[in-house]
Design a protein. Sequence first.
Length: 286
Amino acid sequence: MVVSARWPAGHWVRTRARQPLDLMTGLGREFTFYGNVIAGIPLAIVKYWRHIMRQIGDISFGGATLLAGGGAIGVVFAMSAVAATQVGIEGLRGLDLLGMGSLSGLLSAILNTRELAPVIASIALAAKVGTGFTAQLGAMRISEEISALDAMAIRSLPFLASTRLVSCLICVIPLYIVGLLSSYLASRLVIVTFGGQSAGTYDYYFHLMLTPTDVVYSFVKAVVFATIIALVHCSYGYHAYGGPEGVGRAAGRALRTSILAIGIVDLLLTLSLWGLVPSAPALGLP
């Protein structure tokens, strides 16, 4: 305190000089945690499969009823439908201004499959499931339950984090199917039923542009995003500190980090899977 009062400039320089080191230390801790969690997957599947099954039920349906949004299914369905509705409305309106309203089915197939559905489903998963992971592990950390597991020779990382990662990867496929179908149905309902677009024209361009390759790539995105969400939120919960207030801060930081990571990884995956200039063979575009 005396040094800081007498030499505030020197204290400021030392504080700023430690920031890159603290950043590298934090990144090293995070990636070490991720590697240990992934390495613990075989042990979690063999030894803690009952815990995985219980986590699958909590992720999918939760503790409340489905209509009350107890699980992730209702949240993914609702968010995907609302986002696809906005895409349908604005897409049809914009194409009508250019005299190309008949191509609305093409727009729906491309946007929903390649970008909208995986990102919206992942954000819903992070908000509903990821924050739950952080809160659960954070509560166990501040109540010293994790330390108790380690004291009983139970490997806490495979038991708590690896099981949640496996359950999240198992649940993401059916959850994403629900979200993708919801986005397709919502876009078609808005464009055909309320927008007055011809159903035959919409279906023709929709099926023309909806290729199996795009659907597979879309599922790849969803699986990668689910992995990021599970790892990030488990890490923040596992390393939480500062009592209940610290758990709340950890949940907020984990959600912010996972959403930012989803945005960055989504850009990289889009460029790597479809390229900078995506092709449309059905329309004669290489």
